[in-house]
Design a protein around this ligand. Structure first.
Ligand code: C5P
Length: 377
């Protein structure tokens, strides 16, 4: 009975985290683009990255407290799993630093690419994640997965080429598209490596995902301050660390922090297949929205490229049916740690329900978007 309740609780968390990640992914691409192109005092991007890490640290500490139930247990867990395990904590330095570089690169990319191109290009992280999964985790890929990775690269190239001779709009004056593209591709490499490395340490020990996130942000904050000063010393000493901060920048910082926690939650409660659904849906939403918000023009080539990217995400994520005798082989089963029989019974139905939910949810979002745009017009 108790286990049944747990299953329902985890299922609810799975859907909540996926749906929220979809909304967050759509919102963050548009919001970052707006923040870097709007008129007025421009905030220092590296400072926004550090503040987001700090927000994540506080949130992760709170989540560990919620997990432990009392101040005493909270303190003991942090002491035994972080302070007394110094080597283990240092291991988290690697993804922590890489994520920091990634988060800075994403600002460079958002400053130089339109929101739609930025987000489609950033989907190449599926390719880099697969590459590092093969190299580090020795994962074997199916033929359809290699094919989907090839098509993905082709789709991204189409999207990139479609916007090469785009007219100059108010939002893209003074931008360097090549720099934006290189930054996005480098962020994909960081995402793939850090994601797989983090998965390796998460699965290789009993330490909870929130404790891992405390370690991650605990190291990111000082590393971020150093990187920020190394990159923007002149701007920080001249204008101040919080130059250009207003309510909108605070919203962006919190949105980015929430995104990081959602990624961690999706890894824990869902799986990569479902994360693919969430991010591909987010591309559609932000592409449609940038048409209205940033005068983005959808060309035939862009549409084909985006369709290819979304299609390949589904192709890559499609898993042939596994034999019933091995229900624990699913990735998420290991994270959630549920009894195998319950998992086997529920998994197929849950995937079907998620597809229905995705369709329903995307229709609601698109309808809302059209109404909002009509209202603004
Ligand atoms: O999936 P993707 O690589 O795009 O997401 C990475 C983002 O999530 C980074 O901003 C990173 O700081 C954050 N993250 C996190 N906690 C994790 C994993 C990622 O905050 N456990």
């Amino acid at each position: 009975m108790g286990t049944e309740k747990n299953v329902q609780g985890n299922t609810a968390l799975k859907y909540v985290s996926l749906v929220t990640l979809t909304v967050q992914n759509s919102a963050v691409a548009l919001s970052m683009r707006y923040a870097r192109t709007r008129p007025g005092d421009m905030f220092i991007a590296s400072s926004a990255v550090v503040v987001a890490e700090f927000v994540k640290l506080l949130a992760s500490l709170l989540l560990v407290y919620k997990q432990e139930g009392s101040i005493q247990h909270w303190f003991m867990t942090l002491n035994t799993q972080i302070w007394q395990q110094k080597i283990d904590t240092l291991k988290v330095c690697v993804p922590s630093f890489i994520y920091l570089i990634q988060n800075n690169l994403l600002y460079v990319s958002a400053s130089n690419l339109d929101a739609a191109t930025y987000q489609v290009t950033y989907q190449m992280k599926i390719l880099t994640t697969a590459m590092f999964a093969v190299l580090i985790l020795h994962k074997q890929l199916r033929g359809t997965q290699w094919l989907s990775l090839l098509l993905l690269t082709f789709g991204v190239a189409l999207v990139q080429l479609s916007s090469v001779d785009k007219g100059v709009t108010a939002a893209n004056i003074g931008q360097n598209r090549l720099l934006g593209f290189v930054a996005a591709v480098s962020a994909c490499c960081c995402s793939g490596f850090a994601g797989i490395y983090f998965e390796k340490i998460l699965k290789g020990s009993d330490v909870s995902v929130w404790v891992r996130n405390v370690q991650l942000s605990f190291l990111s904050v000082p590393l971020g301050v150093m990187t920020s000063y190394a990159n923007d010393y002149a701007a920080i000493t001249d204008k101040g660390f919080f130059y250009g901060y207003d309510a909108y920048v605070c919203y962006l910082v919190v949105l980015n922090a929430v995104g990081g926690l959602l990624v961690a939650m999706v890894v824990k409660y869902a799986d990569n297949i479902l994360k693919g659904f969430a991010t591909s849906l987010a591309i559609v939403i932000s592409t449609v929205a940038s048409v209205f918000l940033f005068d983005f023009v959808i060309t035939f080539q862009f549409a084909i490229g985006t369709t290819l990217v979304i299609g390949t995400i589904f192709l890559y994520s499609h898993e042939p049916k596994k034999p019933a005798s091995n229900p624990m082989s699913g990735n998420w089963a290991l994270h959630v740690g549920l009894p195998s029989t319950l998992l086997a019974d529920k998994e197929a139905g849950q995937h079907r329900r998620w597809k229905e939910l995705t369709l329903l949810y995307s229709s609601i979002l698109l309808t809302k978007l059209i109404f909002t745009v009509q209202h603004l017009a």
